[in-house]
Design a protein around this ligand. Sequence first.
Ligand SMILES: [Fe+2]
Ligand SMILES: [Fe+2]
Length: 286
Amino acid sequence: MAEMLTAEEVAARVRDLPALPTVVTEVLRVTRDPDSSVFDLTEVLARDQALTAKVLRLANSALFGFPRRIATLSDAVVLLGFHTIKSLAIAGSAFSVMDRAVEGYGLERGWMWQHGIAAGAAARFLAKKWRPALAEEAFIGGLLHDLGKIVLDSYVGEAFDEIIKKVRRENKPFASAERDILGFDHAAVGALVAEAWALPGDLVAAVRYHHSPSEATEDTALVGLAHLGNIVALSTGFGVGADGLAAPLDGDVLAQLGLGVGHVEEAIAQMPDALADSEQLLELER
Ligand SMILES: [Fe+2]
Ligand SMILES: [Fe+2]
């Protein structure tokens, strides 16, 4: 029988993950402040040259693709806007945390990133059909939703046989079998990471409830989008690990978002492009 984890053990592991650079916290602050100007955002980003270079590379990738080349930071901020720059800054700095094998979940190096990019792209696509203003936040929620897997990696690796037995015998979602065996699931742990990174409450909620959207009571706008983003990424084979497809769709989410199965099918149909993007981005970032 696997040992149940205590909250303290989980918190200690969360603290061991690299923090988001302070420049990202500053970017979040500036993009939230209605009084900020393009100049304020450019000034914050320009303090970190490595991140600036990444933002420009991402801005010129197909995923964020702008019809003409973006050569300078101020062009990027003006042409892509505050929200997209925020996505780029978070994606650029989360990459180093996500670009690793997560063996406990059967994820080879690159798969975590690919799954996140696919879920983010799907969540953004669906947000555009529902509340376009949320599109970039939805991307970040999708990108980061499985962060907790990195923390639980070795624990799940050790308890994997027990967890998967429970999934098969009781026909349970993988996350709920994780909770039964370990005491925590990767969604709850991922939310702790997002909190430690000082991400806004709606992003923390998206991570926390991506497998249980009906349990979310506040900050719910991004939850359903992260849930659907994950389902689309899995059903198109992006970064599917050893937990496989044991992540059922909560049909109520579609009704809440006023979306239909047709929208999900559309999101699935545009996934091959997202794969090409995620591979291109891996090349760019490494
Ligand atoms: Fe998950
Ligand atoms: Fe996932």
